[in-house]
Design a protein around this ligand. Sequence first.
Ligand code: PEP
Ligand code: MG
Length: 747
Amino acid sequence: MPDPTESASRRLLVRLRETLAEPAAGQERLDRITALIAEQMGTHVCSIYLFRDADTLELCATEGLKPESVHQTRLRVGEGLVGRVAKTARPINTGNAPQERGFRYMPETGEEIFSAFLGVPIQRLGERLGVLVVQSKEARQYSDDEVYALEVVAMVLAEMTELGAFVGEGEALAALHQRPVMFQGTVGQEGVAVGHVWLHEPRVVIANPIADDFETEMRRLHEAVDRLRVTVDEMLNAAPSGDKDQLQVLEAYRMFANSRGWKRRMEEDIARGLSAEAAVEKEQSAARARMQTVPDPYLRERLHDLDDLSNRLLRILTGQGEHTGAERPADPILIARNIGPGELLDYGRSLRGVVLEEGSVGSHAAVVARALAIPLIVNAQRITTEALNGDPILVDGEQGIVHLRPEETVATAFNDKIAMQAKAQQRYATIRKEPALTLCGQRIALHMNAGLMADLPSLESSGAEGVGLFRTELQFLVRSKVPKRSEVAALYARVMDAAEDKRVVFRTLDIGSDKVLSYMKPQDEPNPALGWRAIRVGLDRPGVLRMQLQALIRAANGRPLSVMFPFVAQLEEFRIARDHLMCEIDREGRLGRPLPEKVEIGAMLETPSMAFSPRQFYEEADFISIGGNDLKQFFFAADRENERVRRRYDTLNVSFLSFLEQIVKRCEDTGTPLSFCGEDAGRPVEALCFAAIGLRSLSMRPASIGPVKHMLRRSNLAEARAVIDTARASGAQSVRPAIMDWLRRRD
Ligand code: PEP
Ligand code: MG
């Protein structure tokens, strides 16, 4: 370990702190720092380059190069040695710079040919901010201690930039967290929202990166690591013994928490002049930089674990955490790296929107956000690094765009959009109690999709005629273990009570594929969407299915009951599932419990096979509901979760529309009630086309009922049908252009 009194880095840091304590504005402060570093390290040049935009670095301060080149000299990332440091986020230390690969001479700086070059990235937790460089005339190699010293100074610089200490001249000097930033993510749940940032896990702010007293910092680190170890042991003891995955993660945590290498590196950082928290962050930063380059997913996961552990250690050291004392804004938009469904439910509808750095459209959080009708964007890269509590933020859940600290013009345009939507909402409210009656006199039944008790008030406010799809898996997804039959029955009873005399179609558990229960043994399937899911699980392990069916019968308590089985792929599966229900009814009857006054047993049509099933399927099912989300992915062989292919095939593609029409015809032949409950039912143009090809019942998100009803009430289905038929006959790929054109002319 370096001698804490002797190391170059420590001496440099002590002087740096003195310099920083002197009052100075942004530029002057940078100038003083470069002068100090050059003097302390005995180099001819010291320069600070900061990112001006994602691809360009700007020389922002220098000691030794021409002062006129400051804010004039720019280079692209990857260009020259400085650009290479920025690109790779790794130091370059060479005694013979002109011989180095990629060396570029910049005459405008008055740069003589300096032989020695040492450049280190200025970064904070993997966020690249710039490059710090020293150069010397003589052909010397900087020592390890000097490299280290410069890295530590770069880290302190990053902290200060972060804290807004460098606000000053030049755009590149603007504090990072003051610039407007736009993120392009992926829509998890549609809708727009205006509000202020509320961080799920606020970042720890390190007020003093430079140690006052070496021994105190060492002691603080040791105490914090000890506490961390105890916490991890407690977590391990509390973990359910059957949960292998969780245990594995916690074992990895324990291994890191006890890792001598990790602790030793942090001790060395402190010996070189850093405070305990800065030492933790330095190692965390290094791990994050590695994380970005490690291709092996297992190793990346482990680095993630280490990252999480570092966060915990930082919280212990700083006393900061989820409760930083910041006040939650009245219009919170939650920002998180990722979030579990239970945590999101805890926030509930108090949130205006949610933006996740990771996550996916099919994640549980997305399922919950959908149920809560909160706009959700996933995949907004780097948002947790950029956003600070209280920042103004706009979420455009139609385009998948997030504007953080938006410019005034953007905010104005956005507010106009919201005002227009509010106006439309008022219009929808006026027809809430009206039927969805088309101009040609056809009545279309509009139902809503639900999955939580919290959805039920929408039944009244949206004007839905009933619940066309109640996704029962949500109750299972947000738990850490299988809920009890009594709990399940209580929820169903409350749902039926809230719906009063309106029909609620309960879909039995649809798990597997993207909806994985944390307490279910993970299946290592090459293709989970085509794997062991939904009714397949129910039929192979009927225990939970039967429990659910009993709960439904009990909840109905004599009232009518509608049950639907998901993901039926052949007639036999429907028959066996139906027999389970009949058995349970029989059993409940024998136990003397009240039986439902009427039972309807339906199936979801989500696999193309059922469109071609024997006629008996259509005769035996009391009703059929098309699960368009799944049906479409299998029809086009395009994964609904895969952003690359998800939007490639239009729902109004003539092949798909003709396929749907064929299902409509088969249902008409057998007199089987048919509905469509995939997301597309809630899109006005799609809904119109579905009605035009003969669908008479649609189930959708409550927020879509108004727009769909508005569209249907202004439309003549025979005319729409004629447009569709002409487009189909013309060999068009999709009927959308023709329908849109017709709507434009019509309106
Ligand atoms: C569907 O597949 O269209 C559907 C409604 O089911 P889920 O989205 O829950 O898979
Ligand atoms: Mg489905």
